[in-house]
Design a protein around this ligand. Structure first.
Ligand SMILES: [Cu+2]
Length: 288
């Protein structure tokens, strides 16, 4: 087992740093531990998701956010499904606002895509809605409200869906990294406006997060292929995520990270899911 440590910085620094520290030699042990709570859902499964207020303490600080969460988890439950399946989500809205869940990137029935006024009505506070989700394509998708994202998404309403391909998967380990930022003032969120007062879906934050944490760590196996699914759920910020591949072997990636132009493109594309396949034969690697 080895340790992947990610460090996020405060005060509007857009660069996310990753430090990989390998502490043991190569093993054949397969690690499939997600950093957020994962749920494997078979075809026809019914899964319940409740959006509700919660408190969210940022580790290593006095900050306790008055947040919203899906099933009291930030990020929300990681839904693991197989390509070609259908599941049902029994959604309950317990936040004091109307909301919906939009299933970002999914190619499925329009009526369940969660866009109020276009494909469905608001799910008013105290009520629910059953979503039918289909997964014709593999990859990483995510879900979030489609109502006042500047408040609801900022407060913690987001989660990921990992759709396993029907084709062979060569990765020994797969991890989902969700990048976010939050704007803190004192010990809580900076106040929100009654009306949307920023372009896009909100504001820049001053604390950076990976999977809801400021000091995210992850165990990985040395020498085995590691596939990272990276998703940006920040309301407006493009992250400058780059990876130094010194002594490591890139098996597969969607973009050539050594190319500065593509690096900029990657920053922008992180608004959607990006997939990286990596392998690290040597002892230490620094990602920046
Ligand atoms: Cu979206």
């Amino acid at each position: 087992m080895n340790t992947l440590r990610t460090r996020s910085s405060i005060y509007a620094i857009t660069l996310l740093s990753f430090l990989l520290l390998f502490i043991t030699a190569c093993t054949n042990e397969k690690t499939l531990v997600g950093s957020m709570q994962g749920y494997t859902l078979e075809n026809g499964s019914v899964f319940s998701i409740t959006a509700a207020p919660t408190t969210w303490k940022l580790e290593g600080s006095d900050v306790v956010l008055n947040a919203f969460a899906y099933n009291n988890q930030i990020p929300g439950p990681l839904l693991k499904v197989k390509q070609g399946t259908t599941i049902f989500i029994n959604f309950t809205n317990k936040i004091p606002m109307n909301t919906t869940i939009h299933w970002h990137g999914l190619r499925h029935k329009n009526k369940d895509d969660g866009v109020p006024g276009v494909t469905q009505d608001f799910v008013v506070s105290g009520q629910g809605y059953t979503y039918e989700l289909q997964f014709p394509d593999s990859g990483l998708y995510w879900y979030h409200p489609h109502v006042r994202e500047d408040i609801q998404q900022e407060k913690g309403l987001y989660g990921a869906i990992l759709v396993e391909s029907t084709e062979k998967n060569d990765a020994a380990q797969e991890e989902v990294l969700i990048l976010d930022d939050v704007l803190i003032e004192g010990t809580d969120f900076s106040p929100f406006s009654e009306v949307t007062n920023f372009a896009l879906m909100g504001r820049f934050g001053n604390i950076l997060l990976i999977n809801g944490k400021t000091d995210y760590t992850l165990s990985v196996n040395q020498c085995e292929p590691l596939r990272l699914y990276v998703n940006n759920v920040a309301n407006v910020r493009p992250f400058n995520l780059s990876i130094e591949t010194q002594n490591s072997q890139l098996l597969e990636q969607t973009l050539d990270l050594s190319n500065p132009i593509l690096k900029i493109l990657l920053s922008l594309l992180l608004l959607n899911a990006t997939l990286l396949m990596l392998r690290f034969p040597n002892q230490e690697h620094t990602f920046s």
